[in-house]
Every structure is written in C-alpha cells, then in structure tokens.
Design a protein around this ligand. Structure first.
Ligand code: UN1
Length: 512
C-alpha cells in the first residue's frame, strides 16, 4: 500500500510515527514500544510507546479523580458533552473508518459502519442523560415514601477486542459517561492506533469544555502489565470485557473474587435456521453477509446454517455460487467484500479448523485455501469456506474466529432448534421463515437460547438500541442499548418519612 495512503489517514487523525499509549488528560508512556502492523500488507504503520505498570497507576488515579468531578455535573450536561463527541465523530467518520480498515483489515463500508455505531450510541446516550430513572414505591408505613435512585458507579474498565476496535469502546464510554463514570480503556494491542485516534477525538471535546480528560482514559499495554492491574484494581467497580471465553473466565474470576461487577461479551457460535418456507434469496444474501462479512471475525458472525432437508441441496448449491462471486482483496478498494484476516495466527486457526472438521468426517464444499490472487504477500488472505458438518463435531462446538461456515440439514423445526441450541455459546441467532409457527417458536420460551434472536434478518449487524450480549459461555453481559445503563450505576433505595412520629417496618413496636 502506498505510503501516501497511510499518511492521508494518519496525519489528519493526529497519529504520530511514535505515539504515547497512555492518556489521563495528557499523553505519556514509559513502557516498551509496540509496532503496529497493517493486516492489509503486513507492513508497519506506526509505533506506540506502551503503558508500564506505573503508568497504569497514574492513569487509574487520574480516572478516579476525574470521576469525582464528573459525577457532580448534572446528567443532561454530561449528555451535552457526549452529544458534542458524537458530532466530532460525525466529522471524522470517513477518516476514522479508514483507519479501522488500515489497522484491522475490515472493508471500508464496515469500518465506517463501526464509526456509525459510535455516533448512534452517543445519540442514544444523550437521550438517556435526561432519563436514568428510578421507581417510586408504596411504603407500608403511613406518611412515608420509597424511591429508587441510580448513582454513578466509579471508574469503569473497558477491555476491547481487535475485531471491533472502536465501536465497543463507544458502547461503554458513551453510556458510562452520561451515567457519571470515567472510563479506563485497554484496547487490544493489535489495534492501538484506532484507540488513540478515538480518544483524541473525545479528549478534544472534553478539553474545550473544561472536563478532565481522564474521563476518557486510555492505557495501551501488555496484559500482564496493565490488564492484570486493571482487573485487580478495587477502584474499578465494573469491568466490561470483550474477547474469548478463556480470557473472559479469567476476568470473571478475578473481578468476582473482589466482588466487582463485570459485563462479559465472549465467544459466539451463531446459527441461522433456514426453513423450506422462506425467501431463499434474502436468506442467501443474509447468510453471506453474516458468514463472510468482517472476514468471519465478528463475535456475531454466522458460523452454522441449519437448513430444512427439502431445501438443503438447493440452498447449499446457491450458497456456493454466491461465495464464488465474492471479491476478496485490499479492503481499501471499492467492490471488495472480504479483506485480510487480522494476522497469520488467525490463518493457522482457519486451516487447523478445516483439517479438524475433515478428520471428524466433515466435507469441504468451498474454499479451504489461502487466496491465490492476494494483493500483498502478507499471508493474511484466505478464501471464505463452506463445510458440511455435524453439529456434534468438537470443532463445530467451538468458535473459530475465521470465515468458516458449517452447513447441516434438519427435518422438523423442533429438531432445528435443538441443533441450534446444542452448543456451549449463546450470543446471536436467526431464523428465515414465512411460517408464523416456526418464527414464534424460535423466539418463544422453547426457542433460541441466545441473547439475540432474529426473524428474517441475520445474526450480525445488531442495532445499538437493543441490549447486546449473550447467554451461556458468551458470558451473560448486556451492553449499549435498552436498560444496559443500569450496570454503570448503583441503585439506592431511599425511604423518606414525613410522619410526625416514628413508624418501624413490619409493625414492630420498640418503645421506651
Ligand atoms: C462484535 O462482534 O464484537 O452486531 C460486536 C454486530 C455489531 C457488533 C458486533 N453491531 O455484528
């Protein structure tokens, strides 16, 4: 990729060749340098000076002080700051979207889509800032009133993954900010530049409005230096973690042991059920986007398609036909639908999964190879793959973060749902059907066991207005929309007496 393209993206976003990786109102960093590589061509983009353990301490102390100041500002005023951050993101949408593409490898439309999610959640949070409502409750005592209030919680730790380098931070930051919390963000070390750029955009607005910069704190560093400190830090009342189930279990254990709170967004193993009574064209298009979009690296990516046996052959045949037309290449180029995967470790996981599936009896129907016409020799371009497999295979039970789709037939809707739910994860799910019974069964108490269940749309591409997250090994957390904000605050029950005399609850008499 020409250096010009890099400059055109980095310069206007104020990313230097060597950027400090810690922010607490000021930029600094005294840890080891981290080279950032673009998966597009395997070449370096820039270097980040990581945060050391001491740097983490400085950031956490500043975030705590910033929280004390920020929580005293009325929530709608905090919302106004978030509104301005949303506007700043609107101005930088194209640029930041390009940086997401450069650093992470997803296509431009998806890079910009991610920034759109940031904007959307800012808008959502602005409205929320005039709500954050509690209940009033009837007291059993005369002339007493009970109510609930929600108060700011404290600094929030946000540990985000490489695949959604900016949107997931925004889901947490925008909501936490209107709730009165400061955020300490530890992004994936694979994508630190987008984190620096996003923090700079927010920091400028904070500065212009006299708000402490540490409301949007950042620590880029190694897990053992800053990640472990963050999850062990009693000042950090809530840790919102997105990543693998293995890592999430560790975060859950450590934060749980100190009785802190967590939001865990872990692995998915998302399936689409395709009925023989559905719009096949729509189902094909949707499965394609879900399975090959972001090169299969969304936690909501479609990994399994469970197809009614009468429609199986036709659907799979057509699906292979659609896969053949997908343009793979430089994600900065027009018309490309699939860019590189994040790194060569991902490519290894891709080949290992295909081999494992074959060994268990699976059949390769399409793909299963490095992309022969890759635009660069970075070793990160693979052909999206379709395999016929059985749900019980060990490899099908696991989440492989690569564009591999397992297809399998079913006969009854009840069997389809049993197959669907027969995996350890429970993030996102979908059914394609025109049959009311099937659709309602899928979203009923006996239906999908996932946090997200859709009818006639796919597993990925959730709107920010809904609560996002999943059940079982996905971790049970919910973030962004609906009433997810409650996790960023603590609930206080207030009972207020305006009675002339004392009344004890439960009618107890306790008099001298
Ligand atoms: C993720 O993959 O970590 O629903 C998040 C979606 C996006 C977010 C995915 N809105 O696919």
């Amino acid at each position: 990729m020409p250096d010009k393209a890099r400059k055109e993206i980095l310069k206007p976003l104020d990313i230097e060749e060597i950027s400090p990786g810690a922010f607490d109102g000021e930029w600094f960093g005294s840890g080891e340098p981290l080279g950032v590589i673009s998966p597009i061509d395997g070449k370096p983009i820039a270097t980040v000076t990581q945060a050391s353990e001491e740097d983490y301490e400085r950031v956490a102390a500043a975030a705590y002080d910033a929280f004390l100041e920020w929580r005293a500002i009325p929530a709608p005023k905090r919302g106004e700051i978030v509104r301005l951050i949303g506007n700043a993101l609107r101005e930088k949408k194209e640029l930041l979207g390009k940086l997401v593409t450069l650093e992470m490898g997803k296509i431009l439309a998806e890079g910009e889509g991610e920034v759109q999610e940031m904007i959307d959640v800012c808008d959502f949070a602005v409205g929320l800032s005039r709500q954050l409502y509690g209940l009033t409750l009837k007291s059993e005592r005369p002339d007493h009133r009970m109510m609930e209030q929600w108060h700011p919680l404290g600094p929030i730790g946000v540990i985000s993954a490489f695949n959604f380098p900016v949107a997931v931070w925004a889901w947490n930051f925008a909501v936490a900010a209107v709730c009165g919390d400061a955020t300490i963000w530890k992004p994936s070390s694979k994508v630190p530049l987008t984190a620096i750029a996003s923090t700079k955009i927010a920091a400028e607005v904070l500065k212009e409005n006299g708000v402490p910069g540490a409301v949007a704190s950042l620590v880029i560093g190694r897990g053992k230096d800053v990640g472990e400190r963050l999850i062990n830090d009693p000042r950090v009342r809530l840790v919102s973690f997105t990543g693998s189930t293995v890592m999430g279990k560790r975060v859950g254990e450590v934060v749980g042991a100190r009785l802190g709170k967590t939001i865990l967004e872990l692995g998915g193993n998302n399936a689409v059920i395709v009925s023989d009574r559905c719009n096949i064209t729509n189902a094909l298009q949707t499965v394609l986007f879900g399975a090959v979009g972001t090169a299969g690296q969304r936690c909501t990516s479609t990994r399994r398609v469970i197809i009614q046996e009468k429609a199986f052959e036709e659907f799979v045949g057509k699906l292979v036909g659609t896969y053949q037309q997908v343009k793979i290449g430089n994600p900065l180029d027009d018309g490309v639908l699939v860019g590189p995967v994040i790194d060569t470790a991902c490519v290894e996981a891709y080949f290992a999964a295909i081999e494992a599936c074959k060994k268990e009896g699976g059949e390769l129907l399409y793909g299963g190879a490095a992309y022969a016409d890759a635009p660069f020799d970075s070793g990160t371009y693979v052909v999206p793959t379709i395999m016929e497999a059985e749900n019980r295979y060990d490899i099908v039970q696991r989440e492989t973060f690569a564009p591999i789709l397992y297809v399998m037939p079913y006969s009854t809707i009840e069997e389809a749902v049993a197959l669907h739910n027969g995996v350890p994860q429970g993030l996102s799910s979908a059914i394609f059907t025109d049959d009311v019974y099937e659709a309602e069964y899928f979203v009923s108490d006996r239906g999908s066991d996932c946090g997200i269940a859709n009818v006639n749309i796919g597993t990925s591409g959730a709107e920010i207005g809904g609560a996002f997250g999943g059940e079982k090994e996905t971790g049970g957390g919910r973030e962004s929309g609906s009433d997810s904000w409650k996790q960023y605050m603590f609930r206080q029950t207030n009972t207020i007496s305006w009675a002339k005399e004392i009344h004890l609850a439960q009618g107890i008499k306790f008099e001298l």
